[in-house]
Structure formats: C-alpha cells, structure tokens
Design a protein around this ligand. Structure first.
Ligand code: FAD
Length: 449
C-alpha cells in the first residue's frame, strides 16, 4: 500500500495551496483530483489582498502571467436605473468623498447613479489593489508550483471513494484511478473537495447545505469600450457586475434565478444583451461581443455550515467546511487561508504523532471566527443586495450612499472584503449610522483592523 504523511482530496483553491505549502515545508503529501487535468472552465477570479499575500508567501504571486492579470483599484457601486439626484448623466462617475478619490471619471453614456466607491488604493501596500485574473490563471500557477515542488504528488483522474479507519481514527483513503481502486495510508486526510464534499459525508459530519435562490450567469467578454474600473450595479432583484480583466476583456456576472440558465438561453442572446445595455448603455459594444452561449457559464451559489471541521486523523478545508455566498468575494481566499493555517499546524502534529481532533482543533479555532463573520455578512448582503422589495432596496441604497460619504465605514467594509478583518465591520451603532439614522462624529477617522 502506498504511504504518505498527508492525503489531500481535491486540487481546487484550497487543496492545491495546501499541497504546495506542505511540500515547501518538506511534508510528504498526495493530492487527489477527480478531474482529468487542470481546470479550463469559466469562473470568477478576483484575488483579494489576503489571497495576494498568501500567494506571495508561497512564491507564486510574482509568477502570475502578466498577460492574464490586471490590477484594479476602484470598484464603483451603482444603482440600476438611478438617473436622479447625484446621477451621472453621461456615465461620468462623480468623486466619492468616502473613498478619498480625486477627480477621476469613467467613460460611457449611462444614466446610473453612483452610490459609493471601494478604493483599494487606501489599503496598506503592497497589496493595495484587487487582481482580476483571466479564468484559472492563478490556479494554474499554483498547480505548476505544486508539481515543481513535489513531482508526482498531484494525481489527476483520481477519485476519493472512502476512508480507511483503525477504530474511530482515519488512517487513509480508498481511491479510484483509471478503473482501479487502490488504498493510500496517511497520518492525516484532508477533505478539500468542495461544497458537496464526499470526505465530509464519509466522516459523518452533520452539515447544513443551503442553496440560495439566485445563481450567476458569468461571461468573459471583449471590451472595445474600454473599462478600467469595476462597476457593480444593484437594482430591484438585479445585480450586474463588470470587472476589467487583462487583454481588454471584461468579466461579467449577472444574477439570475437559480437553475434558470436554460430559460435565459431560450430568451436569446439579444434579450440578455438588451438587459445589460439598459443597465449600462456605455458598454453596449462590450455586451454585443457576446455572440455564443459558449462564452458563458452558470454558477450556482450555496452555503455550507458544519458542526466541526476536524476529526481524529482528518480535517476539512475550504468549501467542504464552509462554502459561502460569493457576495463575500472571499470563498477561494478563505480556502487558501485555511490551507495556510493547517499547513502551519501539521508539522507540529506530525512531530508529536498527534493528529487527533483535539490537536487539529487549533486550526479550526484560528479560522472559524473570520469564516463565520464572512458567512453572516454575505447572508445579510443577500437579503439587501438581491432584494426585489422596494423598502429593502431603498434602505440598501441609503446605506451605500452613507458609506460613499463616510470614510470610516467605507474603509471597514473594504478591509473586510479584502480579507484583512476578522471581526464584523459594523457594530450596532455603526449600523444605525450606516442607515443614516444617527450622525457619525468619526466619519473621517480611518482605523486599520
Ligand atoms: C459565482 C461565484 C463567484 C465566485 N467568486 C469568487 C471570488 O471572486 N473570489 C473568491 O475568493 N471566491 C469566489 N467564489 C468561490 C470560490 O470559487 C470557492 O469558494 C473556492 O473555489 C473553494 O475552493 P475549494 O478548494 O474549497 O473547492 P473547489 O475549488 O470547489 O475545489 C474542490 C476540488 O475537489 C475536487 N473533487 C471533488 N470531489 C472529489 C472526489 N471525490 N475525489 C477527488 N477530487 C474531488 C473537484 O474536482 C475540485 O477540483 C465564487 C463562487 C461562485 C459560485
């Protein structure tokens, strides 16, 4: 039987980083991935500052291909159809006092109202930007680094089939590869196999998997209009995100009812383009570059809550432990942060010969507060951002506008999205201030977490 120190199931955002971090520490590991090779599909790719920091620590950040990455400083939150007070009649984005930005405008001819701006430039350097990558660019760089650091450790076409146990303790896995089943013995098994984790199921960990009522149509489009700054439109039951990507591309995501992709396709490309043009007419040429549904993909959204992330001889990381709504913009980053925290603990556990749930619990205690804070925040955002209810939408827009004027609150939100905060961005008083129900005497005072 093959033996190793750690078996990692899943070479996604969390598993690949864990394999690499362990290899760099000299810990033997095998990463099992059911897919036949590196992923090629379309998916959302924003590297937040905390993710950049992790990739830098692993020596991968500087290896990201320049032609596949784009640093973005400003993300504007706009109101769908908000051509009224404070509106930008020809798409010119007004300066946001809250974001501390001086005198820039964006091209276009829309009639939307800018509510607030997230300015990544206000974060501590050198990670004071968001990096939008072309699909899978960062992931491919991590997988390449893993294969270089631990040749043969990454096994494609290898599906987890079950856990091997001695008494209650997990001591390895059964894996199916090329129609053959084999056993691998390991001191620790890590489930990094996503929201529908089979490792979690085999461990018998009680799980609450919630599927949200909304998913996303995502697309990568050409950008003849030129887009240098992110735009995020919220309306009544509508969300449209447009992020500039490398090579004059635009990464688009459009909220649609869960499972309605076939219906959307049946309505035709032009109907979808017209919807986007109504929201942001300045990007009509960009939207018209959607000529085939093959340029799009559907992303369902779900949230996972589990009673524990550890067992004797096993741990869960990433979506397997705690998938979250993409509003947090942190799902992949949190999977990577789990991987780094676990990789820091594993050498100590192996040295002591103690991979019990109690010993691995240190990893869970370190990571859970930030993860649960982000899950709660993203769920609140689902209520207010996704809403079709006019009262909730009114309150949401009011909060966005306050944040646009309040440097303290806008910085708190940005720090949270950037993954640099472990505690909630707002206390009760902050919420009242954000809602415009109380004045904020410290609106101009920015404190770093
Ligand atoms: C619309 C949308 C937008 C998003 N945008 C962002 C964003 O901007 N920023 C961000 O940080 N996150 C974002 N996310 C979330 C992010 O994609 C996930 O949180 C992240 O990929 C989780 O990483 P993971 O390693 O836990 O799981 P995954 O990346 O899902 O990887 C799991 C891996 O396990 C493999 N696997 C599964 N079962 C088995 C098995 N039985 N045997 C072997 N292998 C198996 C799978 O093939 C896969 O490769 C977004 C998600 C959605 C839905």
């Amino acid at each position: 039987m093959e033996r190793t120190d750690v078996v990692i199931v899943g070479a996604g955002g969390g598993g690949a980083v864990l394999g690499l971090a362990l290899a760099q520490k000299g810990i033997k590991n095998i990463v099992l991935e059911q897919a036949p090779g590196p992923p090629t599909g379309l998916r959302g790719e924003i590297l937040q500052p905390n993710g950049q920091q992790i990739l830098d620590r692993l020596g991968v950040l500087s290896k990201l291909p320049v032609d596949a990455t784009r640093s973005v400083r400003y993300f504007h939150f706009c109101k769908v159809g908000g051509a009224r007070e404070g509106a930008c009649p020809r798409g010119e984005m007004p300066v946001s006092a809250g974001a501390g930005r001086a005198g820039a405008t964006s091209p276009g001819a829309g009639g939307y109202e800018k509510l607030c701006t997230a300015d990544y430039g206000t974060l501590p350097p050198p990670y004071n930007r968001a990096i939008v990558t072309l699909p899978n660019a960062a992931h491919h760089a991590i997988l390449e680094a893993l294969e270089a650091a631990a040749p043969g450790a990454l096994r494609y076409g290898a599906s987890f089939k079950g856990l091997r146990r001695e008494g209650e303790r997990v001591v390895g896995v059964d894996v199916e590869c090329g129609g053959q089943t084999a056993a691998i013995s390991a001191q620790l098994v890590v489930g990094a196999d996503g929201a529908y984790s089979k490792v979690r199921e085999a461990l018998g960990i009680p799980t609450n998997l919630h599927l949200y009522r909304e998913g996303y149509l995502i697309a990568i489009l050409d950008s003849p209009d030129g887009l240098d700054e992110g735009r995020y439109f919220v309306g009544r039951g509508e969300i449209l995100g447009l992020f500039p990507a490398a090579g004059r591309k635009v990464y688009l995501f459009d909220m649609i009812p869960a499972g309605s992709m076939e219906q959307v396709k049946a309505q035709g490309l032009e109907a979808r383009q017209n919807k986007w043009i109504r929201i942001d007419p300045s990007l009509e040429k960009t939207f018209r570059t959607l000529t085939d549904w093959k340029q799009t993909a559907y992303m369902p959204t779900g949230r996972v809550k589990t009673s524990t992330w550890v067992a004797d001889g096993a741990a869960l990381i990433g979506d397997a432990a705690h998938a979250m709504n993409p509003h947090a913009s942190q799902g992949r980053m949190q999977a990577m942060a789990d991987a780094m925290a676990l990789a820091d603990l594993i050498p100590k556990c192996l040295e002591k010969g103690d991979v019990s749930a109690a010993a691995l619990g240190e990893f869970e205690r370190r990571r859970r507060p930030q993860v649960e804070m982000l899950q709660r925040l993203a769920d609140e955002q689902v209520i207010f951002w996704n809403t079709g209810n006019p009262v909730l939408a009114f309150l949401r827009d009011r909060v966005f506008r306050t944040i646009g004027r309040n440097r303290r609150l806008s910085y708190r939100v940005l720090e949270t999205t950037a993954g640099l905060r472990e505690t909630p961005p707002f206390g009760l008083l902050d919420r009242l201030m954000a809602g415009g129900f109380l004045p904020d005497p410290n609106a101009d005072r920015v404190e770093h977490a």
